[in-house]
Design a protein around this ligand. Structure first.
Ligand SMILES: [Zn+2]
Length: 213
């Protein structure tokens, strides 16, 4: 497996490239920005992009998706509950003081229970609303890997004060859908350092018994 995770754009969203050497297939998760760099990483490994998955509709995660689709023809998956956020792209760009990127509705709505991924690397889609209503995590069961978007961070959780955010809901999503995964599951959060389910269960201050938002 080829697995590269690297920060893109002014908010340093972790973009993840996952490739399969045998088939030459790849998927990219959260191409928020820096599309030329993503394309050159794909070319370096001689990979063909099969799928673009966006964990939620915030500009720093979705901003480059249409550009990457245009360059590769790969379909975009995003949960349709975040369509209202795509419609607010001008406002989101205003928060950052940047020009709004081109956005478009996804080719496929990433629904709970759906299986995404590429040859040899299937990913279960977990709908984990709270940071946004359409937030998803991708669980690569065989690879023991979770790509968590802005639902879970090392030592923290996603903010819930933006439109569509809900503090109680994000805690419920994490407890019911994420902390139920095996401790050894590696976690690539939407920003910052990598972690594991076991580490967050043990020490994340937001996830201790009795904590409420
Ligand atoms: Zn976000």
């Amino acid at each position: 497996m080829i697995l590269e995770s690297f920060p893109v754009g002014p908010l340093q969203c972790n973009c993840t490239l996952l490739g399969d050497e045998a088939s030459g297939e790849a998927m990219v998760i959260d191409p928020g920005d820096n599309i030329p760099q993503i394309l050159s990483r794909l070319a370096k490994h001689k990979l063909t992009l099969k799928q673009i998955v966006v964990t939620h509709g915030h500009i720093d995660h979705v901003g480059g998706a249409v550009q990457l689709r245009r360059a590769t023809g790969a379909p975009i998956l995003l949960n349709e509950n975040d369509l209202p956020l795509l419609k607010m792209m001008d406002m989101q760009a205003g928060w950052l003081g940047i020009a709004p990127p081109e956005v478009a509705p996804p080719d496929v709505s990433a629904e709970d229970g759906m299986v995404a991924g590429i040859a040899g690397h299937a990913a279960q889609i977990l709908h984990t609303p709270g940071h946004t209503q359409g937030s998803i995590c991708l669980h690569f069961v065989a690879d023991k890997l979770l790509v968590a978007g802005d639902t879970l961070f090392a030592g923290s959780i996603g903010r819930t004060d933006l439109p569509g955010g809900d503090g109680r809901q994000i805690l419920r999503s994490i407890h019911d859908r994420v902390l139920t995964l095996p401790d050894e599951t590696r976690v690539i959060p939407g920003h910052g350092a990598l972690t594991s389910i076991g580490e967050e269960r043990e020490s994340n201050p937001f996830l201790q018994p009795g904590v409420r938002l």
